[in-house]
Design a protein around this ligand. Structure first.
Ligand code: G3P
Length: 218
């Protein structure tokens, strides 16, 4: 499973990239807004300098033709830019056209298997089911992910399943168990994946014991 970072923060992306854990990046208008007054295209270009894998840049309109215009502009930023379109009628129309032009699209805001099937048939390169947001309304994000993977496995669609809106390591690990192609996660979840209190405690003990040995003094 590939790990993508769900952030537009350059420091976080650099840190994850240094660990070799950033196979790609997903952004959205909310994440970009958290970075203050940045120039959108320049910011995406900066991210693409750090990460060689897919970097999602989201369209910011409900209008199909405007999505197409934005998407065609975004892919000029860097060769690894992927255009993000919403799972709406207009978004899927744009996905179909961009896909026919050889432009990769990440179809976002997916909350049902029926939507995921439509996205695959429209030629999406990635489908992004939002697990955490479904959990937030008392539904079950992991169950949706499982269903999408099961359905996609029946066909030869090229669409990669990108588990999104992940809130904690259990989302990531369960997504891996199900065989999701990609998990995109906030930097905080990356950090949580690495941590275990017994690792910290064990390392502390090893270092303390090492100081007591004659070998350490030699
Ligand atoms: O980038 C899409 C998705 O991962 C957003 O997650 O935490 O805003 O529900 P969240």
């Amino acid at each position: 499973m590939k790990f993508f970072l769900d952030t537009a923060n350059l420091d976080e992306i650099r840190q994850a990239a240094a660990l070799g854990l950033a196979d790609g990046v997903t952004t959205n208008p909310t994440l970009i807004s958290k970075e203050g007054k940045v120039d959108f295209k320049e910011h995406i270009a900066e991210i693409c300098k750090i990460v060689s894998g897919p970097v999602s840049a989201e369209t910011t309109t409900n209008d199909r033709d405007e999505m197409l215009k934005q998407g065609r502009e975004y892919v000029k930023i860097a060769p690894n830019v992927v255009v993000k379109c919403p799972l709406t009628l207009e978004g899927l129309e744009a996905t179909r056209i961009l896909n026919d032009e050889g432009i990769k699209v990440n179809v976002t805001l997916c909350f049902s298997s029926a939507q995921a099937v439509c996205a695959a048939k429209a030629g999406a390169s990635f489908i992004s089911p939002f697990l955490g947001r479904l959990d937030d309304i008392g539904d079950n994000g992991l169950r949706l992910l499982e269903e999408i993977i099961e359905i996609y496995d029946n066909y030869e669609w090229k669409t990669e399943v990108l588990a999104a809106s992940l809130r904690h390591p259990i989302h990531v690990i369960e997504a891996a168990r199900m065989g999701a192609d990609i998990a995109t996660m906030p930097f905080k979840v990356f950090q949580q994946l690495l941590k275990h209190p017994l690792t910290d405690k064990g390392q502390e003990t090893f270092l303390a014991d090492w100081k007591k040995t004659s070998a350490a003094k030699a």
